[in-house]
Design a protein around this ligand. Structure first.
Ligand SMILES: [Zn+2]
Length: 155
């Protein structure tokens, strides 16, 4: 009897209407909402993976073509920039994948520091965030004085 009520639904298998948007009228982090964020994260990491391979190939080709001694400094800067971008992307992709696991485990959408609902608006803007805005602001303030988080702009 109780087995019937058990949620066996797999988040990744829930098909949402094409124009579905999480709404405040729904239960926070209902299966539908979780499915929405799951798919959002999934298409984001797929897009990043596609971009990552594209960046590497076009950049190497183009730079080789236009290489000129006077451009060497620019080239170095570009290469450093590219490496940093790729490193950032790699970290972001792994963070997205971790977040997708959190969605599946039904632990998504709550601040990991204080446990409050992070909120739909904030999650839609920053799907990988795991902190509410006030905890994040506090953390940022202390980070500014030390180093600086690499994926600040995504959280
Ligand atoms: Zn918090």
């Amino acid at each position: 009897m109780s087995d019937k009520n058990k949620q066996t639904e797999k988040i990744s298998e829930i098909v949402l209407p094409k124009d579905y948007k999480p709404s405040k009228d729904e239960t926070y982090m209902s299966p539908k909402q979780r499915a929405f964020f799951y798919h959002l994260l999934d298409s984001w990491q797929q897009q990043l993976r596609g971009d990552a391979s594209k960046t590497v190939s076009t950049m190497t080709e183009e730079k080789a073509l236009f290489a000129d001694p006077s451009d060497r400094a620019t080239l170095e800067t570009d290469r450093n920039f590219e490496l940093r971008t790729r490193d950032r992307e790699r970290k972001l992709i792994s963070k997205i994948l971790r977040t997708m696991e959190i969605v599946e485990a039904n632990e998504y959408g709550y601040c990991e520091e204080c446990g409050v609902e992070i909120g739909l608006g904030r999650l839609e803007a920053r799907p990988v965030t795991d902190q509410c805005i006030s905890c994040k602001t506090k953390e940022e303030r202390s980070e500014k004085t030390s180093s600086g988080s690499i994926d600040d702009s995504y959280e």
